[in-house]
Design a protein around this ligand. Structure first.
Ligand code: PEP
Length: 267
C-alpha cells in the first residue's frame, strides 16, 4: 500500500503573542488536538519561544517555523536573527509577511535576500505576497502579486541551485489580514494560478507541485471555502491559530480535503 502523504499544509503564525511558557503549553495542546496524518502542521511562534515550543512538540509530527529572518548572514545587526541561528530550532521560515513589509518597509529585493539565507540554511521558505485594498479595487491585484514574486524570487533565483524547489507561497491579501474579511475562494484560486504561472516563469522547476496557501482571517468557518479550490494547498492562519478549538476544527476540515485529495491521487 502506498504511504499516506500529507497533502494539506496548515501554518500557524502566532505573531507577537505568547511568552515562552505559554507558547509551550499552547503548542502541545494544539498538537494533541490536531493529530491528522494527512495534514502537515507548522507552528511559527516568536523567536524567544522557538526552543520551548520545539521541546513541547518533541515526539509529535508538528514542525516549528520562524516568523522572519535577517537578510544578512551575520554581523553588526543589533536585534537581528540570522537563518543559521534558526537551524536546530526551526525547519520552516515565513518571509515577506505584509506586517513586516508595512512596519519595517521591507522591499522585494530584501525579501529575496532573506529567501537566499533560508536556502543556505536549509529552512523551507513560506513567502507571503498580497495586494492592498486599493490595488484590488483598481484591478491591479494580480499585477501587484506578480511584481512581488518577480522582485523577490528574481533575487532568490540568483543563488546557488536557483529557486528552492520546496518554496511555499502564501497569498495573503493585505485587506484580509486580521480584519475578519476574507477573499472569495474563487479569487484566491485565480491568484494561486497566477502565482504558479509567475513562479514557472521565474524558473521554478515544478510549479504544479509547489504549495500555495491562502491567508487572511482564516477560521474554522471559512477554511472550507479555500480548501474547496484544488489550487489551494492549505492556509496560513494568524489570530485563529492562538485558539486550540479553532485549530482543531481547521485541521479537522483540512483532513477531509487531505483524504479526498489523497484518494484522488491514487486513482
Ligand atoms: C497572518 O498572520 O498571516 C494572518 C493571515 O493573520 P490573520 O489570520 O489573523 O488574518
Amino acid at each position: 500500500m502506498m504511504p499516506l502523504v500529507p497533502t494539506v499544509l496548515i501554518v500557524a503564525n502566532w505573531k507577537m503573542n505568547t511568552t515562552p511558557g505559554d507558547a509551550a503549553q499552547l503548542a502541545r495542546a494544539i498538537a494533541d488536538a490536531t493529530d491528522e496524518p494527512l495534514v502537515k502542521r507548522v507552528i511559527c511562534p516568536p523567536y524567544v519561544s522557538l526552543a520551548t515550543v520545539g521541546q513541547a512538540l518533541a515526539g509529535t509530527a508538528v514542525d516549528v517555523g520562524g516568523q522572519d529572518v535577517h537578510a544578512e548572514v551575520s554581523g553588526a545587526y543589533t536585534g537581528g536573527t540570522s537563518a543559521e541561528m534558526l537551524v536546530g530550532l526551526a525547519s520552516w521560515c515565513i518571509v515577506g509577511h505584509s506586517e513586516r513589509r508595512r512596519d519595517q518597509a521591507e522591499s522585494d529585493e530584501l525579501i529575496g535576500r532573506k529567501l537566499l539565507r533560508c536556502r543556505e540554511a536549509g529552512l523551507v521558505p513560506i513567502l507571503c505576497v498580497g495586494e492592498r485594498l486599493a490595488e484590488r479595487e483598481q484591478g491591479r491585484a494580480e499585477e501587484t502579486v506578480r511584481n512581488q514574486l518577480e522582485g523577490s524570487l528574481g533575487v532568490a533565483a540568483s543563488g546557488a541551485g536557483g529557486l528552492d524547489p520546496r518554496l511555499v507561497v502564501a497569498y495573503e491579501p493585505v485587506w484580509a489580514i486580521g480584519t475578519g474579511r476574507t477573499a472569495r475562494g474563487v479569487d484566491a484560486a485565480a491568484m494561486a494560478d497566477a502565482i504558479r504561472d509567475s513562479c514557472a516563469g521565474l524558473g521554478l522547476t515544478d510549479p504544479a507541485g509547489m504549495s500555495v496557501l491562502y491567508g487572511g482571517s482564516v477560521t474554522s468557518s471559512s477554511i472550507g471555502e479555500f480548501l474547496a479550490e484544488p489550487g489551494i494547498d492549505g492556509a496560513l492562519v494568524g489570530g485563529a491559530s492562538l485558539k486550540v478549538e479553532e485549530m482543531a476544527a481547521i485541521v479537522a476540515r483540512a483532513a477531509l480535503t487531505g483524504q479526498a485529495r489523497s484518494e484522488a491521487a491514487r486513482t
